[in-house]
Write a protein that binds this ligand. Structure first.
Ligand code: 5GP
Ligand code: MN
Length: 344
């Protein structure tokens, strides 16, 4: 991407904010402005879209004019979320806003080329996220690397500041928190997460119905894809590193779309003895999407992905690496083997 195509006003001149803006400061900015655009990362997951929609609905309830843009629009599998119709791909013409909200997005670039290009002027940029690698772009920044999901931070913001928090908003926040914690299983799930989940349920959501829509409604082609990937599964470092890769030709043959492969890496992580799981997806334009998971904090996959110009969390990270599929896979697997082989 051409770096000059990105608006840089908020990062070029001002040094990054070192301390978090308080929820009160953020709420004040939300209340005092009129026009908003809510953004999140490319290849959105449940936390990205759930957070975007929850914030969009809350701002609407405050009487604000709000756009919710995502580079990919609303994914088919999240189309059941109440308020999902708010999400669109960015328009071709630029639009001016009082406030840009970037949610769950570890770098400004991951907001997407088209989304960034569609923003004309903006008085304030707000960056709310839980990625430790976030470089704190924007004017008001609230990064909580302890929070297991951006949806959890938003719940705290809305509740503590008496901002709108009704059933549709709660349903989106539950989807965000549930998906980013692996259904409340990952080690970053805290007592507070369960307390918030309880409060969210008290808003009236039906957890069984919602979970079925989230986890038991996959299209059959996703499982056909899993079958092919398992056939291509390989192990390195005495079974501590497991990986599989998806060539774009295979994806085309199966008729799968990008959202179909999200979460399939969990099958690798779930294997006894595996410490690092890696998924490689061949993208258009000579790049490979690398997705990594770790089961051991000492095997920090964010650190590995940073070496390939990506980022994320210690236990879940990713990168987009230029190069041929097999070549990138070899290099990344080697880096992962290095890390697990050095573990005591
Ligand atoms: P996933 O493997 O689900 O795509 O991503 C796992 C985590 O790594 C997410 O928190 C995501 O934000 C982060 N991540 C994935 N790809 C990239 C990337 O290319 N750059 C950065 N900075 N973070 C990424
Ligand atoms: Mn997240």
């Amino acid at each position: 991407m051409n770096a000059t195509a990105e608006p840089t006003a908020d990062t070029a001149a001002a040094p990054p904010a070192l301390t978090n803006s308080t929820f009160a400061e953020i709420a004040e900015v939300l209340r005092q402005h009129e026009t908003f655009v809510v953004l999140s990362h490319v290849r959105p997951d449940g936390d990205a879209l759930g957070s975007q929609i929850a914030m969009g609905l809350a701002l609407q309830k405050l009487g604000k004019k709000v756009k919710v843009w995502n580079e990919e629009g609303l994914l088919e599998k999240f189309s059941f979320l109440p308020g999902g119709e708010l999400v669109s791909t960015p328009p071709n013409e630029r639009e001016d806003f009082d406030v840009v909200l970037a949610l769950d997005t570890a770098t400004r670039q991951r907001l997407g080329e088209n989304c960034l290009a569609a923003i004309g002027s903006a008085k304030v940029w707000i960056n709310i996220d839980h990625h430790p690698s976030n470089p704190r772009y924007g004017d008001l920044v609230h990064i909580d690397p302890i929070a297991p999901a951006t949806g959890q931070i938003l719940f705290e913001l809305l509740q503590s500041q008496d901002l709108p928090l009704d059933e549709p908003i709660a349903e989106n926040l539950f989807a965000a928190i549930s998906t980013d914690t692996g259904s409340f299983q990952y080690p970053n799930t805290t007592a507070r997460t369960f307390e918030i989940a309880a409060d969210v349920l008290r808003c009236g959501i039906k957890v069984g119905e919602l979970s079925q829509k989230l986890y038991e409604s996959y299209p059959r082609r996703r499982i056909e894809l899993l079958r092919v990937l398992l056939d291509r599964m390989s192990f390195d470092a005495d079974g501590k590193v497991a990986s599989f890769s998806l060539p774009s030709a295979t994806a085309n043959e199966l008729g799968v779309i990008p959202e179909d492969n999200e979460g399939l890496i969990d099958h690798l992580r779930a294997i006894q003895g595996v410490i690092i799981a890696i998924f490689f997806e061949e993208l258009e334009g000579g790049k490979v999407r690398v997705s990594m998971r770790s089961k051991d904090e000492r095997a920090d996959v964010c650190e590995i992905c940073l070496r390939f110009k990506g980022g994320g969390h210690k236990l879940a990270a990713g990168a987009r690496v230029p190069g041929a599929l097999e070549d990138v896979a070899n290099r990344v697997i080697e880096a992962a083997c290095d890390v697990v082989n050095r573990l005591p």
